[in-house]
Design a protein around this ligand. Structure first.
Ligand SMILES: [Zn+2]
Length: 237
């Protein structure tokens, strides 16, 4: 079994802000997608719930419910690992746990956080850990009882403040047909309501860039990503 796209998100909502349209587009095309939320973002990304008297357990439950509804709207299964955030830490055991999941799902493409995010150490730690896990997943000497993966393509999200995250897009994905699904998924996160319009605007801005670069006037909304390895093929494209 091969999974077309595995999306690994540090917190409960990151995958929606930064790749919800791409996920919905894959699902619409009949491709297989698996989402992983490493934590609920209960400490670092749930300020409104803390201000209103939430407890750690109630906040985790709230964020999980929001995230599950969003994944259901996008049409992809989600696995919650509840590894705690702020700080989200990656022992060797946790990296090997990711390797086990990758060997089970056998992704063609992995999408996770881009390498730089000065405002969120969990995002940077996740980028490093997922890169490590993806490399280990193809190594024959690691967990030799599980068959190794083929080399997956590895892509990174655009972080919240692109310029400060040294973000230079390598690929822009058209999400015009599925943008309303992305918006509906974003609306699930009422605890981070301030981000909904922000990421809707960003999708429109990236849509503008997609039109300019491609010449295709039908592109209205898009998401941008960085890629870790060069594209290989028989032509320049
Ligand atoms: Zn996050």
């Amino acid at each position: 079994m091969v999974t077309d796209l595995v999306v690994i998100s540090a917190h409960a909502a990151d995958y929606v802000w930064r790749s919800g349209g791409t996920i919905a587009s894959y699902v619409q095309q009949g491709k297989t997608v698996q989402i992983v939320a490493l934590s609920y973002g209960e400490r670092g990304e749930s300020a409104e719930l803390w201000k209103h008297g939430g407890t750690l357990d109630s906040i985790k439950a709230h964020r999980r419910e929001e995230s599950q509804r969003a994944a259901d709207i996008l049409g992809a299964p989600i696995l919650f690992l509840d590894w705690d955030d702020y700080p989200l830490q990656f022992s060797n055991d946790r990296v090997l746990c990711l390797v086990e999941y990758l060997r089970e799902w056998r992704p063609s493409t992995i999408l996770t956080h881009g390498p730089h995010d000065p405002f969120n150490p969990d995002h940077e730690a996740t980028a490093v850990a997922v890169h490590r896990a993806s490399v280990l997943s193809i190594a024959h000497g690691v967990l030799p009882i599980l068959p190794v993966c083929k080399q997956p393509a590895l892509f990174g999200f655009e972080h919240h403040q692109s310029e400060l995250s040294q973000f230079h897009p390598d690929i822009i994905v058209d999400i015009t047909d599925v943008f309303e699904k992305k918006r509906a998924a974003m609306e699930c996160f009422q605890t981070q309501q301030h981000l909904i319009e922000y990421y809707a605007m960003r999708a429109a801005i990236r849509g503008n860039h997609a039109r300019r670069i491609s010449g295709k006037g039908t592109y209205r909304y898009a998401e941008a990503f960085v890629r870790s390895y060069p594209l290989v093929g028989g032509e320049l494209r």
